[in-house]
Design a protein around this ligand. Structure first.
Ligand SMILES: [Zn+2]
Length: 99
């Protein structure tokens, strides 16, 4: 198979990286879970990653979730308190994805 360098270069589409609010590592979107602020007091866990709004990311890792909760990474990102329920939903989501 012969490929020109241009073709190779074009195929090397760099994925957009997002930063985890807990460990600050840059990861691909599918390795993270997104929390979106939909209004002043409302947050949703955006599994599809397509919702509009200000978002923050956490690794699909329970350690990062705990860390984010302890260090208040999400709160810092949103400059607002994040309801406990959001962490619960993320936790559920993690067990679904990992199990
Ligand atoms: Zn992380």
């Amino acid at each position: 198979m012969l490929r020109t360098t241009t073709e190779k270069f074009m195929k090397k589409n760099k994925p957009a990286l997002r930063r985890c609010t807990a460990c600050y590592e840059m990861k691909e979107k599918h390795e993270l879970i997104r929390v979106v602020r939909i209004n002043a007091n409302g947050f949703v866990v955006d599994v599809s990653g397509k919702k509009d709004g200000r978002g923050a990311y956490i690794c699909l890792d329970e350690k990062c979730l705990e860390k984010a909760q302890k260090s208040r990474g999400l709160e810092r990102s949103f400059k607002s308190s994040v309801p406990k329920e959001i962490y619960e939903i993320i936790k559920d989501e993690l067990s679904t994805q990992n199990g």
